[in-house]
Design a protein around this ligand. Structure first.
Ligand code: PGA
Length: 251
């Protein structure tokens, strides 16, 4: 984290929550959010976005996915314009659970990032390697290919309006986070890849780390020069833990 980029911490609730538990979370979060020194995004399941609306302020609202298509006969899909219409400012794109469970390819992820921008949403684009890929020494190659697809579709300046999230698949929901050194190594390589295209965009781009971030390991991860915040899954379900992680970005 450096002074030139304002830290960003995003909650990814995944398929969790209810009207009642969301209201409790929001009350607990808002009561202490004024003292935070970072930008915060709350990515909730589709059915709750409308109700959450501005109630999560000063956090901004985000969705967890969008369709790569515009409105039309696409049963079950949700258009970016609809998300913007109900108050979303952000959307996660290419989460590994979408890539793995829903077969989203690099091309689909790139198309979704482009659609997000066209709908006025800031994409949080996720990249990351599996355990097998890491053990085969392919981490850099895998994330480079994933990032290249998005850069090819939207360009580096547009990506910098959103954020990039490095989420090693083996660290997601496993309790096993990447070490700060492992994460920094990949973050630096991702930023260097953007530098090849444009130095200013690379300097502005916020690169978040995701994968078993918790109050106990957040400060050390966030102290790395190229880690500009986090994408928080399991620990974001507790408002207290999420606030503690947000506070770990320091002042
Ligand atoms: P986790 O998930 O914090 O539960 O590991 C992170 C994510 O999938 O975004």
């Amino acid at each position: 984290m450096t002074a030139q980029r304002r830290p960003l911490v995003a909650a990814n609730w995944k398929m969790n929550g209810s009207l009642a538990s969301n209201a409790d979370w929001t009350a607990a979060f808002v009561a202490r959010a004024a003292s935070l020194h970072c930008d915060v995004v709350v990515c909730a399941p589709f059915p709750y976005l409308c109700t959450l609306g501005r109630s999560v302020a000063p956090a901004e609202l985000g969705a967890q996915d969008l369709s790569e298509r515009t409105a039309g006969a696409f049963t079950g899909d949700v258009a970016g314009e609809m998300l913007a219409d109900v108050g979303c400012r952000w959307v996660i794109v290419g989460h590994s659970e979408r890539r793995q469970l829903h077969g989203e390819t690099d091309a689909v992820v790139a198309a979704k990032a482009a659609r997000a921008l066209q709908a006025g949403l800031r994409p949080i684009v996720c990249v990351g390697e599996t355990l097998a890929e890491r053990e085969a020494g392919r981490t850099q190659e895998v994330v480079r290919t994933q990032l290249a697809a998005v850069l090819g579709a939207i360009g580096e300046a547009a990506l910098a309006r959103g954020a990039l999230a490095y989420e090693p698949v083996w660290a997601i929901g496993t309790g096993r986070n990447a070490t700060p050194r492992q994460a920094q190594e990949v973050h630096a390589a991702l930023r260097a890849q953007v530098v090849e295209r444009d130095r200013a965009s690379a300097a502005a781009l916020r690169i978040l780390y995701g994968g078993s971030v918790k109050p106990a390991n957040a400060a050390e991860l966030f102290s790395q020069p190229d880690i500009d915040g986090g994408l928080i899954g399991g620990a974001s379900l507790s408002a207290a833990d999420f606030l503690a992680i947000c506070m770990a970005v320091g002042t």
